[in-house]
Design a binder for this molecule. Structure first.
Ligand code: GDP
Length: 463
């Protein structure tokens, strides 16, 4: 697909999900969209509409006919250029959701000079026609894929601007200095200094700080989008499977497979208070049985490395303080950032619920009798909040944005070093230029087709 030439084509797709439904939407965008519709859409008495009197963004009711044959009774809306999602002429047909009807209408559009849209192609056009910034377009992709309240809020925040303004501010500031430095280079023979070096150093430090804050938010932002990784660790028979079932069974809203997760890695997912949790690689851990003893096993180690939270599950009737300390140390040595929740199971087996050896951080449950499962769930949410999840704060959740920030940061750090060491202006100016380019890549102004294709190919057909 060539992004520039494809703008000449008129494209069509079924924009509603594949399969049978109450209603389906067929969307067509491009120069021929309205012309094609005129050949297919008629009044209820089969007579043609007076399209000269048509108003944009109004619903019309009529018959979708192909070569004299009625395919369906439909509603139609025309979004006139440039006031549409793509910024082109768009027509949308709302038909009955039969797969046959949808396909027939699609065919009718194709036979009259439209071509089937590729994944994300409507949104590419919206971007190329200046209707959306790149970051907004990506947010739409995330919005479509969001399965939980928190992922939805994150996507919505990005769609409404999110950290774009901050990035633009940083960019503007750096641009100002970059142009002063460029000016100095133009006058290099005269040895003038337009850009105040001390001020520039301050601006660079401030920019680096703000960028670091955004980058820190990525770990959480990404976890909110793809699921907070949790590992349940415990000796054989501690009750890991029982606990997992208790957690999952109680949650009616177990989400479907997240696209992109590998098939061989079985993950259980649950939503607690609108946050998606991913119990990682439990199949592997269950297989390995004595996980703690075999912690050398690469798989268990990797799970702990990937986790944001480890639930260390122990059988209260086999309580052993020394062993617990060893386990805690081991987990911390593998992943110093991980939050560990100490959970004692099988509390139903003993009368005494607490012991002076336990602190407040310990949770007592009975996985079998589903006692205190709610407390454990609340604890998981608390940890996510403690680790910096603020529902209304913009967070970086997009890997591409994170990488661009990282690149920009490296160039700024280089520029700062050069300034401090009084290296030639040329090098500083060049590093600033690269940093600015990477920041620009977050919100738009990307010209590389490869990058654009990569971003938009993740969309669904019809969007
Ligand atoms: P895993 O090896 O850690 O996955 O442990 P399981 O979930 O298979 O549980 C081991 C045994 O402990 C099973 O017989 C469970 O029924 C039992 N069990 C698990 N949780 C509890 C509990 O809260 N109370 C009691 N009394 N038994 C439990």
């Amino acid at each position: 697909m060539s992004l520039t030439t494809s703008l000449e084509d008129t494209i069509v797709a079924i924009s509603s999900p594949y399969g049978m439904g109450g209603v389906a939407v067929i969307r067509c965008s491009g120069k021929k969209a309205l012309d094609i519709l005129k050949q297919l859409f008629f009044k209820r008495n089969k007579l043609p509409f007076d399209f000269n009197k048509w108003q944009a963004r109004r619903m019309y009711y009529g018959l979708l006919m192909d070569e004299g044959q009625i395919i369906d009774e439909v509603m139609v809306c025309w979004f006139a250029f440039p006031h549409s999602y793509t910024g082109e002429d768009v027509v949308e047909v709302y038909c009955h959701g039969s797969v046959y009807v949808q396909q027939r209408i699609l065919q009718a559009f194709v036979q009259r000079g439209s071509r089937i849209a590729e994944a994300g192609e409507f949104t590419i056009r919206a971007y190329l026609n200046g209707k959306l910034t790149l970051s907004e377009a990506e947010a739409i992709g995330d919005l479509i894929h969001s399965e939980t309240e928190s992922a939805h809020r994150l996507a919505m925040n990005q769609l409404r601007g999110g950290y774009q303004q901050l990035i633009n501010q940083l960019r503007e500031q750096l641009l100002q200095f970059a142009s002063l430095l460029e000016l100095e280079l133009d006058f290099s023979e005269e040895d003038v200094e337009f850009a105040n070096r001390q001020q520039l150093i301050e601006i660079l430090n401030e920019s680096l700080k703000k960028m670091s804050e955004l980058m820190i938010s990525f770990k959480m932002g990404n976890a909110i989008k793809t699921g907070v990784p949790v590992v349940i660790l415990g000796k054989p028979n501690a009750g890991k499977s029982t606990l997992l079932n208790a957690l999952l069974n109680e949650e009616k809203a177990i989400v479907s497979d997240i696209p992109g997760t590998t098939r061989d890695l079985i993950e259980d997912k649950l939503i607690i208070q609108g946050i998606l949790f991913r119990i990682i690689d439990t199949a592997g851990l269950r297989e390995a049985k004595d996980v703690i003893e075999k912690i050398g096993i690469e798989r268990a180690r990797q799970s702990i490395e990937k986790a944001m939270i480890v639930i260390l599950l122990q059988d209260i009737t086999e309580y052993d303080i020394q062993e617990t300390q060893n386990h805690l140390k081991l987990i911390q040595s593998i992943n110093p950032d991980v939050a560990i929740v100490q959970v004692y199971n099988k509390i139903d087996k003993i009368k005494q619920q607490q012991d002076s050896n336990f602190n407040d951080e310990v949770i007592f449950i009975s996985a079998k009798e589903k006692y205190n499962i709610e407390v454990l769930k609340n604890k998981l949410v608390d940890i996510v909040v403690q680790k910096g999840y603020q529902p209304h704060q913009p967070m970086v959740s997009n890997v591409r944005h994170f990488n661009e920030l990282q690149n920009a940061k490296q160039f700024l750090e280089k520029a700062l070093e050069s300034l401090k060491n009084k290296v030639t202006t040329e090098l500083v100016a060049e590093d600033l230029r690269f940093a600015i380019m990477h920041l620009s890549n977050i919100t738009g102004n990307i010209s590389s087709e490869d990058v654009l294709k990569n971003i938009f190919s993740k969309f669904c057909i019809g969007k």
